[in-house]
Design a protein around this ligand. Sequence first.
Ligand SMILES: [Zn+2]
Length: 301
Amino acid sequence: MQLTILGCHSATPRISAHQTSQVLEIKNHVFLIDCGEGTQVQLRKYKVKFNRIKHIFISHLHGDHYFGLVGLVSTFRLLTRETDLHIYGPKGLEEVITLQMKLGGSWTNFKLIFHELTSKESKLIYEDDTVEVHTIPLKHRVYTNGFLFKEKTGERMLDMDAILDDNIHTAYYRKLKQGADIINEDGVLVKNKDVTIAPSKPKSYAFCSDTVYTESIVPLIKDVDLLYHESTFLEKHEKNAFPTKHCTAKQAASIAKKAHAKQLVLGHFSTRYDDLSEFITEAQEVFEPVDIAAAGKVFKV
Ligand SMILES: [Zn+2]
C-alpha cells in the first residue's frame, strides 16, 4: 500500500503550497482522495496515470478540497476517456459539477457516477474482493467525511518448493490458496499448512481532514497502520482551531495515540507557517511515530 501526497495545505493555493489531494495505491486500485485546485497538474508532476483513477473520494465541499474536480473531469473528457468514473462525496457535489459541465455546453463521453454521502454514521461505501472503504464522520463547519481504506485478508500463498516435493497436481493450486487440504498424485493427504504460506496482514489507511478535535473517530480508526490527520494550527494558534473546526498538531497526535495508530502523518497546514518542523516537535510530545506531509512525499505501508 502506498500513499502519495499531491497537496497538503489549507486555504489558498500558492507556488509551493498545494491544496489537499492524495493518491492511495492499494491492491491494484489507484484511489484519488480530495481534489483541491491544481490536482491534475500535481498528478502529472508525480506521474500518476489518469486512466488508472476510477474512484475519487471527496471529504467535503470547501473549495480547497474539491475545486480541482471539475477541471480534472473536463480533462478526462478531452483525453477521450471511456472508463467509468465513480465520485463519492457530499450531497450537492453532483449538482455543482454537472452544472459547470452543462453551462459549458459539454458532457462526458464516459459514465460519471456520483455516490451521494449524507449519513452521519460510518458507512461502507465501496467493496470488492480485495478492499473496502468506509466513511469516517468528521466534525467540521460543513458536512464532512474522512475515509478508511482497508485491505481484505488475501489468499494463502503457495510454497512452490514444498508443492513440487509433495507431487501436487496444478489443478489443486486454487484449492490450496483457499486453505484446503488435498490428496496428491501418490494418493497421500497433504496438509495445507505444510505447502502454503499465510498471507501478509491486511493494511489500513485512514484519511481524516478537516475536523475539530473529536474522539468519536477513535473506535473507527483503531489500530490503523497509517493515519493522516489534519493539523491546521500549532499550539500558539490553538484559539483559532475550535471556531474554525480544525485541529492542532498536538490534538492530532492525541487522536493517533488513543487509536493506537502505527504511524501519523500531519497535513492541512495553514499557509501562515513557513517552518513546518514545529508541527513534528509539538506532536511528538504526545505521539512519537509522526511525520509531516509534503507534496510528492510517499508513505509506504
Ligand atoms: Zn474545510
